[in-house]
Design a protein around this ligand. Structure first.
Ligand SMILES: C[S@@+](CC[C@H](N)C(=O)[O-])C[C@H]1O[C@@H](n2cnc3c(N)ncnc32)[C@H](O)[C@@H]1O
Length: 259
């Protein structure tokens, strides 16, 4: 009596995990988030599987459907975009499924934040520049708790990844400025990371809002902000980790004295 909640990855159908793909191929029923999961991936399900889109369904309807099929001894895969644990609205499904006596197993996926970083060739945690990544969203119709306001989070001057914020860039810029971020802070936007029509925009805090308008980006975008996104890091040779420092000893390598 189990539903598998599977991370589909950011878009490229090859970015699902091996475990996720095996479950997808074995499933009798696939319920997927049609707005962001690739049809190419869904086509890899068993041709005999019942494949359903979730965008037109209410929570209760989805849970009722999944519970009913599980009770008929069918293998049910609920396919979510990216990694299900980030803005996946899975907890409300888990609660109702558990109330119906159905267990849930979650199979992680590649989140769009990491697909965006890959598209940019970025490391989000650059030694001695920033060692912290905050995943958050700007406040729009969905409220954000008072203690998590963007300007307060931004006081750390670390890398910030903004989901669900493409139409809120005026607010983003205002809050980051209030936190003391300079106008020249690098910002990179990746729309539809890993899809064939992926768009990359590299800009600065000052020009973020106008660049979003110029490129007509209003959805499916990951905004990454902070000095780890500085494109000049690709040429600089300043920030090195201790991990591969030959004078730094650790369990897998004895230190070598510096000349
Ligand atoms: C409901 S959230 C789901 C996030 C998903 N669980 C994840 O791990 O990527 C949808 C938001 O994720 C981001 N997103 C999802 N897929 C994306 C992609 N391929 N490229 C860029 N951003 C994406 C956008 O910010 C979008 O508004």
């Amino acid at each position: 009596m189990k539903v598998y909640i599977v991370g589909a990855g950011p878009g490229d159908p090859d970015l699902i995990t091996v475990k996720g793909l095996t479950l997808l191929k074995e499933a009798d029923v696939v319920l997927y988030t049609d707005s962001l999961v690739s049809e190419e991936l869904v086509k890899r399900a068993n041709p005999k599987a019942e494949v359903l889109q979730s965008s037109g369904m209410a929570l209760e309807e989805m849970v009722e459907l999944m519970s009913e099929r599980v009770r008929q001894n069918k293998k049910v895969v609920r396919l979510h975009t990216g990694d299900p644990s980030v803005y996946g609205a899975i907890m409300e499904q888990i609660v109702l499924l558990k109330q119906a006596g159905i267990e849930v197993e979650i199979v992680p996926g590649v989140s769009s934040v990491f697909a965006a970083a890959a598209a940019l060739g970025a490391e989000l945690t650059i030694p001695e520049l920033t060692q912290t990544l905050i995943l958050t969203r700007a406040e729009g119709r969905t409220p954000v708790p008072e203690r998590e306001k963007l300007r307060d989070l931004a006081a750390h001057h670390c890398t910030i990844a903004l989901f669900l914020s493409a139409t809120l860039t005026k607010k983003v810029v205002k809050e980051l400025r209030e936190a003391g971020w300079s106008d020249d802070t690098p910002v990179a936007v990746v729309q539809r990371a890993s899809w064939p029509d992926q768009v990359i925009v590299r800009t600065t805090l000052k020009h973020l809002d106008e660049e979003m308008g110029r490129h007509g980006i209003r959805s499916h975008a990951m905004i990454l902000a902070g000095w780890a996104l500085d494109p000049r890091l690709h040429e600089k040779n300043e920030h090195r980790s201790k991990l591969y420092d030959k004078t730094f000893t650790h369990g897998y390598r004895k230190g070598v004295s510096a000349p």
